[in-house]
Design a protein around this ligand. Structure first.
Ligand code: 13P
Ligand code: SF4
Length: 361
């Protein structure tokens, strides 16, 4: 039962002491979060991996790309364990390294011809790759090797500023919504944001629109955040006058526009924590976080905009039973479910991640 699992996890953690640090993403279920030494958004957990160097093992309660990032950023002696290796991210899977490389060679060839007339004073690159954290280590390495950078939802704007100081255009992987919402807030017109479909030549775009592009959006999306709609927001406003609507920037542009504000999971958490008692929040993000906030802040009224319960199914694959199992194996001196980024993509992905860490500072 649940109580039994809790006892096993507590006992194993106690036996391991400082040798292990458990990181938990905000979307994890409470029975997992209860055991996390650090809880945060994807940026904070990446930074925790660079800081918690005393532990020989990081147990990452999140999804695969986060565990890969922790492996890349942590010192060599540290191992990273993902309690269930089937905890992936469907958005990250929407950009494969083969498709990204094919897109890149088409674009660089196109721009080599088109940009021949650019002012020689303009030393910016024709295009720079930027990838959302929610992508494979291979794509982060691709960005690292091509002068590019990683972003998360909490620093996308400063990362895009960084990129535009170096390039005339950006190609943004894999979340079209975060890319569009961020670029639009910076004043980039929608016409300058073509979407790239890897199944079609030139991504399904004409050469002129790629020439005029500022941000080329990969066509990925998050199936959890795609569920939120403007109708839900309209209904929430009708039923709860004065409600404050906050959504994650993985939601569509229409939803972000209809909301009062948007931000990362950490932004949402802090906004709730800082609000006047008695505030009503309608939130557009993963249900485990929304429910936890509702329980933690009974002085507010907090509900999820989507009436149908919608957990991120892959985050949910980190069942406490897996956490107990990997910890108990560690007690016995055995490492299971280790995530190891292949050596050929370690350096490139570290470069792109370190540019991000430096950019935010
Ligand atoms: P955050 O960076 O806001 O934690 O988001 C990560 C994520 O996967 C959202 O779906
Ligand atoms: Fe991926 Fe969406 Fe789940 Fe985040 S919420 S891990 S983007 S599927």
């Amino acid at each position: 039962g649940d109580e039994e699992l809790r006892r096993r996890i507590v006992a194993a953690k106690q036996a391991l002491g400082e040798r292990v640090v458990v990181l938990g993403h905000f979307y994890q279920r409470d029975e997992v979060i209860d055991h996390a030494d650090v809880v945060g958004d994807s940026f904070q957990l990446a930074r925790a991996a660079t800081e918690r160097t005393e532990a020989e093992t990081i147990v990452f309660c999140g999804v695969h790309f986060m565990a890969e990032t922790a492996d890349v950023l942590s010192p060599g002696h540290q191992r990273v364990i993902l309690p269930n290796l089937a905890a992936g991210c469907s958005m990250a899977d929407m950009a494969t390294i083969e498709d990204v490389e094919a897109a890149w060679s088409q674009l660089t060839e196109l721009y080599a011809g088109q940009d021949a007339d650019v002012d020689p004073e303009d030393t910016r690159l024709p295009v720079l790759p930027v990838t959302y954290m929610n992508s494979s280590a291979a794509i982060k390495a691709f960005c690292g090797h091509h002068g590019g950078i990683v972003c998360t939802s909490s620093n996308a704007r400063s990362v895009l500023d960084w990129a535009f100081a170096r390039a005339r255009r950006v190609i943004f992987f894999p979340d079209q919504h975060l890319g569009r919402n961020t670029a639009r807030a910076m004043g980039v017109p929608l016409e300058a944001m073509p979407v790239w479909n890897p199944r079609e030549p030139l991504g399904g775009n004409d050469p002129q629109s790629l020439h005029d592009a500022r941000v080329i959006l990969w066509q990925g999306f998050c199936s959890v955040h795609k569920r939120f709609t403007v109708e839900q927001i309209d209904r929430a406003r009708a039923e709860h006058p004065g409600v404050r609507i906050i959504v994650h920037p993985e939601c569509s542009m229409e939803v972000v526009d209809a909301a009062d504000e948007s931000g990362s999971t950490d932004h949402i958490t802090k906004a709730v924590a800082a609000a006047e008692p008695g505030t009503t929040f309608g939130i557009g993000t993963e249900i485990n976080l929304v429910r936890r906030l509702a329980a933690q802040y009974p002085q507010h009224t907090i509900f999820c905009l989507d009436p149908v319960v919608c957990p991120c199914s892959t985050m949910y694959r980190i069942h406490p039973g897996y956490l107990a199992w990997v910890l108990e194996r560690l007690v016995d001196g055995e490492t299971v479910n280790q995530v190891q980024v292949p050596p050929e993509v370690q350096d490139g992905s570290r470069l792109a991640l370190e540019r991000m860490l430096a950019c935010r500072a």
